[in-house]
Design a binder for this molecule. Sequence first.
Ligand SMILES: NC(=O)CC[C@H](N)C(=O)O
Length: 221
Amino acid sequence: MKTAVVVFPGSNCDRDLAVALELITGVKPAMLWHDDTELPAGLELIALPGGFSHGDYLRSGAIAARAPIMREVIEAAGKGTPVLGICNGFQVLTEAGLLPGALMRNAGLDFVCRDVALEVVTTETPFTKGYQPGETIRIPVAHHDGNFQADADTLDRLEQQGQVAFRYAEEVNGSARQIAGILNAKGNVLGMMPHPERVVEQAHGNTDGRKLFEGLLNVLA
Ligand SMILES: NC(=O)CC[C@H](N)C(=O)O
């Protein structure tokens, strides 16, 4: 299984994501830098980590979305390569136009850093097939710009087409319709604010994030 983690100036969850991917695949991911201009051949997953790319200046993810490597990520996503964006990675994906909507400042204006309950809305995707439909899981969040917003037509479309992957089962940040993670129309790009890579082994206190990577990486029994 060939995976890659894209690192931007200010990313800070890249190592945790790399450790999770190596734990589950047994292979170290390629670590790509934002101004790289080529992807390694045969990638089966491109992962965009959390953090504060470019200090969250302008808007979170806006500058990173215009990095040279993102041209390649956009092209690969268009050809069907799975792309996973976590937290700042989700912000980058919306800013790059790979996912609709925007991540606004949290409704309470606070940085929210805690475990939250999530409903797995669809299991019909490579990212969520390791879960049971409607399952409630606990995954940590850590963000100040996690308030997902889109116009009503877009929100309706996301819901009707099965593009809502995760919903908060409690109030977290003011997100429209409690949306915590969405897919693109093709289903090969997932952005989510919670951090599954932070809960993949018992030492983390819970392993609810592990099934996301296992399902995605086809190592479920
Ligand atoms: N953990 C993260 O990725 C933080 C994301 C983002 N920069 C925010 O605080 O909104």
